[in-house]
Design a binder for this molecule. Structure first.
Ligand code: HGY
Ligand code: MN
Ligand code: MN
Ligand code: MN
Length: 408
């Protein structure tokens, strides 16, 4: 299908309209986190764009935003992604899938298409887990894969609990949790996403279909030592938690490199009290570990933890390790992925090192993913990019897929 002018203007108009939302021009990147000002602006954008297309909007009990055509119903064809970002992230991780969905639905309505079964666009809440530390929060609560009691007590960096945050947003904290009615409506789910790598750029292809998603999890390492004076404390008289924290960073790199395809990252470190002339009393560090199988992830974390434990003991520090989240390695639905391939043409199959809501949904409903080329191959960073033509090609392909899945 060629990209009609309306596609080009529509998806790129949609994305242009939100380009300044949560944008940090001084430091670069976009920051949009659950219920913060930027994310609320994107919720308003979602609601307005849905209204423009005559879609019925509702927010479910887990703060996921839905736009229905014509209205909620069983065996629905659902497409969407997320609105939130990592801190200082890129503009397309999440919003590209939602803008493409609105552009695709707009195109189908222009063509007089009438869905034979309900069609919905969804924005899952807090996919990045930036504010409350629980990735795929909205889809995980809806499917029951995130424990609602634990989630209610999760706190953001200001100490606000998720319960208080959802209450402030007008939702009932007691309602957070498994939502079989909403989940039960989904007949199949398709997520379009910017590629978070450069496989398509290297192949010089605009689109791909996802095959598998790495297993991945997050662990908090709490190192405790003896805070002291940086100048008055001899080098042999220290229990400095920064030392084992440094070993954690090095061990993550060293050990992940020994497992083909594995990844391990420490992107978040928090020394306390944080004075330049103060030996830290505590350092919290978060490990993100990923691999092709859950066993490999667990093996990776075991080895990295052992190295951190040893370094902590050497330094006279204590260490407490807490698993904060774990998402199993998944293979997306092959029959649905095959149908996508049959619809959009011969495109490569790519495995995803990045996690997605599709990775949560695929344990419950037939789920497939499409990727749009990212020429920089960079993501979770301001350099993330997708060319206007490729964005439009993604929207046009998604329109074909929705017509195929929701048609006669
Ligand atoms: O972390 C991830 O892989 C995803 O971008 N949330
Ligand atoms: Mn992401
Ligand atoms: Mn994403
Ligand atoms: Mn002093």
């Amino acid at each position: 299908m060629t990209n009609s002018a309306s596609d080009l203007s529509d998806i790129n108009r949609l994305l242009g309209a939100i380009d300044d939302v949560g944008r940090d021009r001084a430091n670069g990147g976009w920051s949009r986190h659950l219920f913060d000002g930027a994310e609320r602006e994107l919720r308003t954008w979602f609601t307005e764009e849905a209204g423009r297309r005559g879609l019925a909007v509702e927010t479910d009990r887990n703060a996921n935003l839905w736009a229905w055509w014509p209205e909620p119903g069983p065996d629905a064809v659902v497409t969407g992604s997320h609105l939130d970002s990592v801190p200082g992230g890129g503009p397309y991780d999440g919003p590209l899938g939602i803008a493409a969905a609105f552009a695709a639905v707009g195109r189908l309505r222009e063509r007089g298409f009438v869905p034979e079964r309900p069609l919905a666009i969804v924005a899952f809440a807090e996919e990045e887990g930036t504010r409350f530390g629980l990735p795929c929060l909205g889809s995980g609560l809806m499917t029951g894969s995130i424990n609602a009691d634990l989630a209610r007590r999760a706190r953001d960096s200001e100490g606000t609990t998720l319960a208080d945050a959802v209450a402030a947003a007008g939702l009932a904290p007691s309602e957070l949790g498994a939502d079989p009615q909403t989940l039960g409506r989904i007949g199949r789910f398709v997520e379009l996403h910017v590629e978070q790598g450069r496989a398509l750029a290297d192949r010089d292809r605009p689109l791909a279909i996802a095959g598998s998603i790495l297993g991945h999890g997050r662990w908090r390492f709490g190192f405790r030592g003896q805070g002291n004076h940086a100048g008055a404390t001899g080098m042999d008289d220290r229990s400095d938690p920064a030392l084992p924290a440094a070993e954690l960073v090095l061990a993550a790199r060293r050990i992940a490199k020994s497992v083909p395809g594995a990844r391990a990252t420490v992107g978040r470190l928090h020394p306390r009290p944080g004075g330049t002339n103060v030996i830290a009393s505590a350092v919290d560090a978060w490990l993100d570990a990923r691999a092709a199988t859950d066993t490999q992830v667990r093996g990776l974390v075991e080895q990295i933890s052992a190295a951190a434990e040893h370094a902590a003991a050497e330094e006279g520090c204590s260490l407490d390790v807490v698993e904060e989240s774990f998402a199993e390695a998944v293979h997306l639905d092959s029959a649905l992925s095959w149908r996508l391939g049959a619809t959009i043409g011969d495109v490569p199959r790519l495995d995803s090192g990045a996690g997605h809501d599709a990775g949560v949904l695929c344990g419950h409903v037939p789920t497939a993913m499409m990727f749009v080329r990212n020429p920089t191959g960079v993501s979770h960073s301001p350099e993330e990019w997708a060319e206007p033509d490729d964005r439009a090609a993604g929207a046009a392909a998604l329109a074909d897929v929705l017509a195929e899945l929701a048609g006669p």
